[in-house]
Design a protein around this ligand. Sequence first.
Ligand SMILES: [Ca+2]
Length: 357
Amino acid sequence: MLPTQTLARLTQLFFCLSLTLSPWAKAQDSTPVENEIVAVDFQHSGEVIAFIDYMVSRHDFSRSELETTFAHVSFCDKCLQLIKPAPAGKVKNWQVYRARFIEPQRIKAGVEFWNKYAAALIQAEKQYGVPAQIIVGIIGIETVFGKNAGKFRILDVLGTLGFAYPDTANRESRMAYFRGELEQSLLFARESGIDPFSLTGSYAGAVGWGQFMPSNLRAYGVDFDGDGKIDLRNSPIDAIGSVANFLTQHGWQTGMPLVFPLAPTSGHPENLIAKELHATYTLEQLSPYATPAQPDTPNQLLYGLIDLQNGDNLTEYWLATDNFFAITKYNRSYFYAMSVIELGKAVCHVRSLHAEC
Ligand SMILES: [Ca+2]
């Protein structure tokens, strides 16, 4: 991912949901000397050979074809540098984050995208119940509408992260995760009849306009332009359908609103912050601790409380429905989900000349 997206992407990486652990994931590990990057010899590494064994026995891949493939995988130093977490200790600041993503250039690109693909967005809303502005918000936050989809070869990324992840506390689980995604990328390429090296994306292995990891490509990607292929790199229309399908498969409900602000007088409801990314409270249950700022906040819905920290300034608290939490299945960050909503709304406002968004 490019610098403007680093925070969102890192959040996604380190809180990734769909860990696709595989039996070979616990293969023996080589521990590098601290701070020293040890390049993987993809042709001779015992772990890579074990991975090939697994792919042959589990998925009936041709051993010689996989050996040829891995002979062409390149070690990605840059991916290792970019994947390292940001230094800890800095207080999160929603308003700073928001300003980085909800800005004129991205909004302008969003209007152009919406105008160009209006028919597909309408069709996606009709078919999946996900409004255009949410799909626009996600694709805008993820890649600035395809501009920052990434040019790393996915096999290089996943091979490097899967076999030589930096020496962090969660190294084992991260390597298992990326090897699982490597497995999924090879399966996706085979199923799609494409050269796996043609799959390109971010330094973390996310592909195309919507930045789907390979496992999500296989599980939620759709051929929305009807050309017979699921292609999130070259088809924005496939990306539109796939994003909508992903949200629907993660609990999106047609017509359900997303968030409502709490009154600043609500005190400090920290203990009620939604940890499980689900809406579980009624307004009545929250009433001793949380007062909606808007009197028309629906009382028939369930809510989760979310907090948006603002550095040294007051933390914002919001009531979030399960549609908000569906967006967090894309990326577990509250900042991420809120920025998707805000960008979609901003694009909608500009595009429709301040009509209701
Ligand atoms: Ca297609």
